[in-house]
Design a binder for this molecule. Structure first.
Ligand SMILES: NC(=O)c1ccc[n+]([C@@H]2O[C@H](COP(=O)([O-])OP(=O)(O)OC[C@H]3O[C@@H](n4cnc5c(N)ncnc54)[C@H](O)[C@@H]3O)[C@@H](O)[C@H]2O)c1
Ligand SMILES: O=P(O)(O)OC[C@H](O)CO
Length: 420
């Protein structure tokens, strides 16, 4: 068999997850694999946590005369038939080259790029199931907003995915409310990719070159992730037959006219921004629920941003750049959008307005989608408490105390100053 010329192999891409954001990102990626057939196989696999569901009557796909609409069906069947995720991203057309697959192991088979996008509580178990079924030189991007807290301490999902699967994994996060992105309303995002030097030695890929002002190809250093886990030796280089997976390729895979990508190297800052802003958004929702207005929300956001920066400096000192929180979409912009219209904000506001637990609102309002702020608040609080550091992060601490019913939302002004 003839050997392929360098870079003549194409990347196969799998999205692990198919919720609200998982489906929106899969749409973007499938649009781009189609637009760049020189770099990517056109078909994108999307792993779906299989469930039986019905087409909602409000859906444009609902047809009262069809059993597909009137009887419960497998979600993968509905997605592949209608090219729409009728449950988690209704009324958004998905590209026909996006294939829903209920088998995790089959969906990741042969993929050189794996995109992880699902509620953070499920990722550990899924990685265990993927072990031994992925290409050893695959590269990952985590779109998960959360942190991994265990008895060993705190780590980023890019780190824990990388460590479990022995691959390199970067992160994508930004001011990205999924429904707006899926409707192709303009937004920005931040991708953090700090690949091992062995990948960066490959020549620049073919295809469109992103603007140099948005790339930082000089900053390819040993990642803190590699230092932390000692995984560097185990990482397999991307074979030279493939286009190198670098900042330029990441931009080509994710950038759309309505989804502007900036690529940086600060994986810790990008991941932490996405995780911690969910806790701040709950606090913003609480004060909004009291009817306190925009000034109160701005105060919460100011204190929240400072605590996010402090958290990064205290626990990820080697790698975090403060600028990621203050200048990138993954930092301050995500904080603003999340405190304006995110699910955490909206559910927290309703819970205070109605005087009911946030879990009740989540179940009633989100149709199976999941809040990440409540579990992240609990996990981060457990981590701080174990170290006697709750007082250093009064807002993060106050949110957990309110969720547990130990503190009153009305006392937030004093709580966030550490006075209550
Ligand atoms: N939705 C957004 O606007 C948005 C935007 C940016 C980032 N994010 C982040 O993206 C990540 C994924 O969020 P999402 O909105 O796609 O999820 P979601 O809130 O829509 O969650 C539902 C998903 O969880 C899956 N699920 C349920 N039980 C499961 C199980 N036992 N095992 C595996 N999967 C199971 C469902 O099948 C569904 O795909 C989160 O970290 C979130 O914070 C979300
Ligand atoms: O709806 P939320 O609160 O999970 O936030 C969604 C996104 O993270 C906003 O960027």
């Amino acid at each position: 068999m003839a050997t392929l010329a360098p870079h003549e192999k194409k990347h196969k891409v799998t999205v692990v997850g198919s919720g609200n954001w998982g489906s929106a990102i899969a749409k973007i990626v499938a649009e781009n694999t189609k637009a760049h057939p020189d770099l990517f196989e056109q078909e994108v696999q999307m792993w779906v946590f299989e469930e039986e569901t019905t087409v909602p009557e409000s859906s444009k796909k609902y047809d009262a005369s069809s059993e597909l609409s009137t009887k419960p069906q497998k979600l993968t069947k509905l997605i592949n038939h209608f090219h729409e995720n009728v449950k988690y991203l209704p009324n958004i057309a998905l590209p026909h080259n996006l294939v829903a697959n209920p088998s995790l192991q089959d969906s990741v088979k042969g993929s050189s790029i794996l995109i992880f996008n699902l509620p953070h509580q499920f990722i550990g178990g899924l990685c265990d199931q993927m072990k031994g079924h992925i290409l050893p030189y695959a590269r990952g991007i985590s779109c998960i907003k959360g942190v991994n807290v265990s008895s060993d301490g705190i780590s980023l999902f890019s780190e824990s995915i990388g460590a479990k699967l022995e691959i390199y994994c970067g992160a994508l996060s930004g001011a990205n409310i999924a429904n707006e992105v899926a409707q192709e309303k303009f937004c920005e995002t931040t991708i953090a990719y700090d690949p091992p030097a062995m990948d960066s030695q490959n020549p620049t890929p073919k295809g469109p070159t992103p603007k140099s002002s948005q790339l930082d190809l000089t900053k390819i250093t040993d990642s803190t992730e590699s230092k932390l886990t000692g995984r560097k030796k185990k990482l397999r280089p991307m074979p030279s037959e493939f286009p190198p997976v670098d900042h330029a390729l990441m931009k080509t895979l994710f950038h759309r006219s309505y989804f502007h990508v900036r690529v940086v190297s600060d994986v810790a800052g990008v991941s932490l921004g996405g995780a911690l802003k969910n806790i701040v958004a709950l606090a913003a929702g609480f004060v909004s629920g009291l009817g306190w207005g925009d000034n109160a929300k701005a105060a919460i956001m100011r204190v929240g941003l400072l605590e996010m920066v402090k958290f990064g400096k205290m626990f990820f000192a080697e790698s975090v750049h403060t600028g990621t929180f203050t200048e990138e979409s993954a930092g301050v912009a995500d904080l603003i959008t999340s405190c304006s219209g995110g699910r955490n904000f909206r559910c927290a506001r309703m819970s205070v307005e109605e005087g009911v637990g946030i879990g009740v609102v989540e179940k009633r309002e989100l149709n199976g989608q999941m809040l990440q702020g409540t579990s992240t608040a609990r996990e981060v609080n457990g981590f701080l408490r174990m170290r006697g550091l709750e007082r250093e992060f009064p807002l993060l601490t106050a949110v957990q105390r309110i969720l547990e019913g130990e503190a009153d939302v009305k006392n937030l002004p004093d709580l966030i100053e550490g006075d209550a």
